[in-house]
Design a protein around this ligand. Sequence first.
Ligand SMILES: [Zn+2]
Length: 227
Amino acid sequence: MSWLDDQKVAISYICRRLYERGYLVATSGNVSARSEGHFLITPRATRKDKMVPELIVECDADGRPVGEDLASSPKPSTEIEMHREVYRQRKDVNAAIHAHPPYCTACSLASISLTEMLLPELAIYIGPVPTVPYATPGTNELPQALKPYLSDHNAFLLMRHGVLVLGRDVEDAFNRLEQLEYIAQVAYLVGSMGSVNPLTKAELLKLTSSARRIGLELSKRLLTLIE
Ligand SMILES: [Zn+2]
């Protein structure tokens, strides 16, 4: 199977998992993947539980759809500029998922920060997660708001909107998203019980050296914080 066919199947499968896990509803959210010279993204206004490989939109490196019959083909997601900005800034990232998971979205509204390392999973799989100021969905405001955070973070809470999670491939991005929503749920539960103490710098140093020994790639942002 070619990279394109393989990735169209992978993106469709991830869309259905996003829907099943309740990380988005109806037609919301979008998923993209790229490799040298190729860029795939989910179509505009399409339910993710109904996603099939034939609906995934192939674009050139500038985000323009390619194909024989463009007039009748599905149109790319309205958030395509956000995905393009990710790939412009991050050579190490080949997939991005934007979704509306309820606990992460609620954390953005309640000003619950996920920049502190509450759990080891957050430190080793994702790193600090900034809250990006509100930007009008579907406009260029969103990539502009993300720009200052993109170079050294792997996931973002989008104020009043949802999340953006990056990965080596769509499976990697989905794994991070699943971890992130779990962490947001725990942060919410702990917030309703009392105060939260993040991992100390000494604990983070032990954790990151053990994660390095098994070859995990750590968040650049986290490494600058514990230097
Ligand atoms: Zn959205």
